[in-house]
Write a protein that binds this ligand. Structure first.
Ligand code: SF4
Ligand code: SF4
Length: 472
């Protein structure tokens, strides 16, 4: 029985409710009266229910799809402005006891080199990341209680926060590790993590169990209820995502929105972020073996619809996607991108050799961070290395209320300009510096509050004299 407030995975992600929703959407995909009513509601920028969003997803009318895109663009600008937050993944270990059939780290893959970073290697990795200009990381590790216990993850977080090299610093560590216990989430919270990210992969239980034939991840309920345990452990910023291509996309799209509704209904706080990975080629993995792959148009529509349905959520795209796809979906709702990512263990300090294969997937966007920053600015965005919110205690419902009222931009915009300035001073190429200076000069005028503008101007000036790390 469907109940968004239930704490039982099969009730808040009810299979019957998803099937009913898809049937309802299919019946109404040409019902222009209903579709226009839903669009009218969406234009209020307060979100849509999973049923309403499913109708729009199923509709194939080109004019309606164009309206969707325009609305997604507008909502994105109204909530998040022009800033695009930049981060990098850091792979700690590819030891894993699970058997996920779409991931090269699965336990049966014998050609992959298994590797786990020592604390000394982490210092080298993070120093290399700092030297590029990164300030925000997403930690990745396989699930392995012997090789990657929670104590190892905590030690790594502590090491990372304490590495200071020149003007570099990692100021926010987000963590993407396997579902765990409330006690372990409490430990992660105490270690000062930003967002806890866990991809559901697919919400369809039958497929989920087949795709995860053995290992702790096989347990659908334990995995699906992980965010509730994370919240109980005090982590109030959580990140959802599915791996598009594993299951029928419409099923997972509806499941994803139901999960967001569940978090809001139970905890009063929806997902801090939603990621939209698509399955990619990797060692031992051929994406064509999965017959639910989605084309770029469908992918763009999904991104736009997530933005419309959950307007407050941050949306993340990685370097799994090409430059062209990233460019397209940035307009439609993406608010965070990774840059210059290495998906191998230890790959920032030393790119992996032919013989040593430790990557989780092939990267499609291979540009340097400076190239990504430069590109974003040429597209009219403000690249941001901001990490202010959780450091200022703006997490969970505090963050959400600022975001939903549109006020978060009063922080995002000046913080984007100040962190961009830091990047320009310390890491940028001459061309990037030139464009960045122009952008800062123009955009500083767009800070509406006079007092905030004056403080930001003073901080920008201080940065030219060596000071760092200002934030609102
Ligand atoms: S997806 Fe995660 S849990 Fe599954 S094999 Fe890969 S690293 Fe392990
Ligand atoms: S102010 Fe908060 S929401 Fe805005 S970019 Fe910074 S950390 Fe993110």
């Amino acid at each position: 029985m469907y109940n968004s407030k239930s704490m039982n995975a099969e009730s808040f992600i009810s299979h019957e409710e998803i099937l009913d929703t898809l049937e309802y959407a299919n019946k109404n995909k040409n019902n222009l009266n209903l579709i226009n009513t839903i669009l009218e509601k969406a234009s209020k920028e307060k979100g849509l229910t999973h049923r309403e969003a499913a109708v729009l997803l199923t509709c194939e009318d080109k004019e309606i799809i164009n309206k969707l895109y325009l609305l997604a663009e507008k909502i994105k600008i109204n909530y998040y402005g022009k800033r695009i937050v930049i981060f990098a993944p850091l792979y700690l270990s590819n030891y894993c006891v699970n058997k996920c059939v779409y991931c090269p780290y699965h336990i049966q893959n014998k050609h992959i080199t298994r590797k786990k970073l020592t604390q000394e290697e982490i210092v080298r990795e993070v120093t290399a990341l700092q030297d590029m200009g990164h300030k925000r990381l997403a930690l990745e590790a396989g699930e392995d209680p012997v090789n990657n216990p929670i104590s190892y993850i905590l030690e790594c977080i502590n090491t990372i926060y304490n590495i200071k090299h020149k003007n570099g610093a990692i100021r926010r560590v987000n963590v993407n590790i396997a579902a765990t216990t409330t006690e372990n989430y409490e430990k992660l919270k105490r270690a000062g993590i930003g967002t806890y990210i866990l991809f559901q992969e697919t919400y369809y239980k039958d497929s989920y169990e087949k795709l995860h034939p053995a290992g702790p991840k096989h347990n659908y309920a334990y995995h699906t209820e992980a965010m509730d345990r994370a919240m109980a452990g005090g982590i109030d910023d959580v990140g959802l995502g599915v791996l598009f291509g594993l299951e029928r996309y419409a099923y997972d799209f509806v499941g994803l929105l139901m999960h967001a509704e569940h978090l809001e209904a139970v905890h009063g706080v929806g997902p801090h972020t939603i990621s939209v990975p698509r399955i990619k080629r990797a060692d031992d993995i051929d994406p064509s073996a999965f017959d639910n792959g989605i084309d770029d148009d469908t992918f763009a529509k999904i991104c736009a619809l997530i933005r419309i349905s959950v307007p407050y959520t941050g949306m993340i795209i990685s370097t799994r996607e090409s430059q062209a796809v990233r460019r397209r979906v940035l307009r439609l709702g993406i608010s965070q991108v990774s840059g210059a990512s290495r998906t191998s263990v230890g790959g920032y300090y030393q790119p992996e050799s032919e013989e040593e294969n430790t990557s989780q997937f092939d990267v499609s966007d291979n540009r340097t961070l400076d190239e990504v920053v430069n590109w974003l600015m040429r597209l009219g965005y403000i690249p941001s290395f901001c990490t202010a919110c959780y450091r200022e205690g703006r997490t969970g419902d505090r963050f959400m209320s600022l975001c939903k009222s549109g006020q978060i931009q009063n922080c995002c915009h000046p913080n984007a300009l100040m962190t961009l300035k830091e990047y320009l001073e310390d890491y940028a190429s001459p061309d990037t510096q030139k464009i960045g200076k122009m952008i800062i000069q123009n955009e500083i005028k767009n800070i509406p509050n006079e007092k905030v503008r004056a403080i930001a101007e003073a901080h920008l000036n201080d940065m030219e004299h060596g000071k760092r790390d200002f934030r609102f």
